[in-house]
Design a protein around this ligand. Structure first.
Ligand SMILES: Nc1ncnc2c1ncn2[C@@H]1O[C@H](COP(=O)(O)OP(=O)(O)O)[C@@H](O)[C@H]1O
Ligand SMILES: [Mg+2]
Length: 246
């Protein structure tokens, strides 16, 4: 499987505290990966490094077929290169309908002329139908986003990210605040999304992680403590000691 992202020997210190400590991580172009670990393990900081929000003190972050370094790129450039990130708090436009939100998120030509002239094409509209199907909101296209349930807002935001066709999608604790049924649908959406892109999911809910049915990376003190199938890592004594046995 071709590698999409390769992080190696990365360290980050905040005021002398090593939040990320010689971390290495690799993900393929069409791979789902769960990242678990105790609070403070460095999971969110790891995502901050990949998106360019936090620049490491040491190490390499290489992207794509050409092994381009992400370290010298701005957050905007990294996003343009194909890294999408879903934050815990949804940032949908509540006064706009689901359809309008998806339309705004569609990748379209930039520049003042194209913005002024922009009208959704048949192709845009059919892409929106596809996206709405993928996130289970086909029946809700005409609804104001502010009326959606918490889970539906989260799916809409995933749809808005997918609209930009990221090659890597980073998702931090998606199940928080969701009902069991919403959690189940969220895993289905993410599994579908990972069929043709890389998806990294940070999540504490082990049922959720099990349904992702993927390789799991356990972080602890800013480094990889264990990696492998969920059964493999959850039977690892170090993982039990620092995370599961709490
Ligand atoms: N901007 C920051 N300034 C100082 N310390 C930070 C900053 N961001 C994260 N940290 C610290 O780095 C460690 C890892 O944090 P984080 O990546 O949020 O962990 P996780 O997401 O696994 O819970 C924690 O000890 C946290 O307090
Ligand atoms: Mg976190």
């Amino acid at each position: 499987m071709s590698t999409l992202l390769e992080v190696s020997g990365v360290s980050v210190s905040f005021d002398g505290f090593r939040a990320i400590n010689n971390l290495s991580f690799r993900i393929g172009a069409a791979e789902m990966r769960a990242v678990i670990g105790p609070n403070g393990a460095g999971k969110t900081t790891f995502m901050d490094i990949v998106t360019g929000k936090t620049k490491p003190n040491e190490g390499h972050v290489l992207w794509g077929e050409k092994s381009q370094s992400l370290l010298k790129m701005s957050e905007a450039k990294i996003a343009q290169a194909g890294v999408g990130r879903k934050f815990q708090k949804p940032t949908v436009f509540e006064d706009q309908t689901v359809e309008e939100n998806l339309l705004m998120a569609l990748k379209k030509p930039r520049g003042w002329l194209s913005v002024l002239m922009y009208r959704p094409s048949i192709r845009d509209l059919s892409r929106i139908k596809e996206l709405a199907d993928e996130i289970g909101l086909s029946e809700a296209l005409a609804r104001k986003s502010g009326e959606l349930s918490h889970g539906q807002k989260q799916w809409l935001e995933i749809g808005m990210l997918l609209a930009q066709e990221p090659r890597l999608l980073l998702v931090d604790e998606p199940a928080a605040g969701m009902t069991p049924a919403e959690r189940e649908q969220t895993t289905a959406i993410l599994v579908e999304a990972a069929k043709n892109r890389a998806v990294v999911v940070v999540e504490h809910d082990m049922e959720f992680v099990r349904r992702l049915n993927c390789k799991v990376t356990v972080l602890h003190e800013g480094a990889v403590l264990a990696e492998g199938s969920l059964d493999h890592v959850t039977s690892n004594q170090d993982v039990i000691d620092v995370y599961l046995g709490r």
